[in-house]
Design a protein around this ligand. Structure first.
Ligand SMILES: Nc1ncnc2c1ncn2[C@@H]1O[C@H](COP(=O)(O)OS(=O)(=O)O)[C@@H](OP(=O)(O)O)[C@H]1O
Ligand SMILES: Nc1ncnc2c1ncn2[C@@H]1O[C@H](COP(=O)(O)OP(=O)(O)O)[C@@H](O)[C@H]1O
Length: 306
């Protein structure tokens, strides 16, 4: 039977949010089946090393290589979650459930840790890093709210940064279109960047249509519990269309833009988000009032202090 190395016994029954699996050219580091079922044969090698870390307790240990005995039933399901058995330092068999993630096409990459960690940066900034994810139709007021929120938090001495879809499509994501797979890639990349900003200790505000639930969920899963705050700006299509500040709805209705969200491309409203800012009839709160609603949430959630 294999043994688990460097796995703190007190943590051994925790639910691990992410498991990164990769192969190393090292014998005796066996973790054969912690891979999606559709992974290539080479991924199932007996020489795979499972590296796992618990994002919720990032400070305690970031990445610990383990040796583990795979469970006979263990394999990643479609949503990449899995459970497996391992033997902890005290020799007890423990069950670990995890999300697993394959490290793309790269090989021989290990996590590098720094003694200055997220909690140290948060202490310096006197705030907690998080992502405020604004989602809604074009013209619903995402960019306006993002600015109002950033201004209001800035005036309270809080460090924020806005990732706006329009702007990022000028640079990092200039290669992406509005086809479904490109929208997903747009969200995935921005989700990863937002995660880095939150890890830096900033309050990162994203302003993207982000029309698909599964993409927003995937970004949520990148962050520790409570640090992804999804805000749905729930403004009816006819209101957004009447605003039409860029004239895009008009072009979409005229068939000059294909695949425009809300017209001939879907928008999936969040099924469970932290905050809904709703426009009721002709009554719409001012951007400043909406920002206050979000700030009250941040105050209660403790993100405005270290
Ligand atoms: N086909 C189509 N559908 C929707 N939106 C379109 C389209 N083409 C261009 N635009 C403009 O691009 C802005 C949305 O970019 P996002 O990166 O937020 O979109 S997405 O999240 O990837 O769906 C969006 O900006 P906002 O109005 O700020 O939402 C539009 O101005
Ligand atoms: N709370 C609000 N009440 C009324 N009008 C608003 C509000 N928020 C934004 N707007 C207006 O709606 C239009 C679209 O806002 P914008 O922030 O660009 O939306 P989005 O980024 O979602 O496309 C702009 O003309 C803006 O002035």
């Amino acid at each position: 039977m294999t043994t688990v190395k460097s796995l703190p016994p007190s943590r051994s029954t925790a639910v691990y949010r992410t498991v990164q699996c990769r192969q190393l050219p090292t014998e005796n580091l066996g973790f054969p089946t912690l891979f999606p079922l559709n992974a290539g044969r080479s991924c199932r090698s007996q020489r795979s090393l499972a590296l796992f870390y618990d994002r919720a307790r990032l400070k305690a240990y970031t990445l610990k290589p383990i040796q583990a005995k795979n469970d006979s039933e263990s394999s990643c399901s479609d949503n990449n979650s899995t459970s497996f058995s391992a033997v902890n330092e005290t020799g007890n068999l423990v069950k670990i459930s995890a999300r697993c993630q394959i490290l793309g096409n790269s090989t021989n990459i290990l996590w590098h840790d720094c003694p200055v960690q997220k909690c140290d940066r948060q202490q310096l900034l006197q705030q907690k890093g998080c992502v405020i994810w604004l989602t809604g139709l074009s013209g619903s007021g995402k960019s306006t709210l993002a600015c109002a929120l950033s201004q209001s938090l800035h005036s309270r001495g809080k460090l924020t940064y806005i990732l706006d879809g329009d702007n990022i499509r000028h640079g990092l994501n200039r290669d992406l279109s509005f086809r479904a797979e490109d929208r997903s890639e747009n969200i995935r990349r921005i989700g990863e960047v937002a995660k880095l900003f939150a890890d830096a200790g900033l309050i990162c505000i994203t302003s993207l249509i982000s029309p698909y639930q599964k993409d927003r969920d995937a970004c949520r899963a990148l962050l520790p519990e409570g640090d992804f705050i999804e805000v749905f700006i729930d403004v009816p299509l006819h209101v957004c269309e009447a605003r039409d500040p860029k004239g895009l709805y008009k072009l979409a209705r005229a068939g000059k833009i294909k695949g425009f969200t809300g017209i001939d491309d879907p928008y999936e409203p969040p099924c469970c988000c932290e905050i809904i800012l709703q426009q009721k009839g002709s009554d719409c709160k001012s951007p400043k009032d909406m920002a206050e609603t979000v700030i009250s949430y941040l105050e209660k959630s403790g993100h405005l202090q270290a």
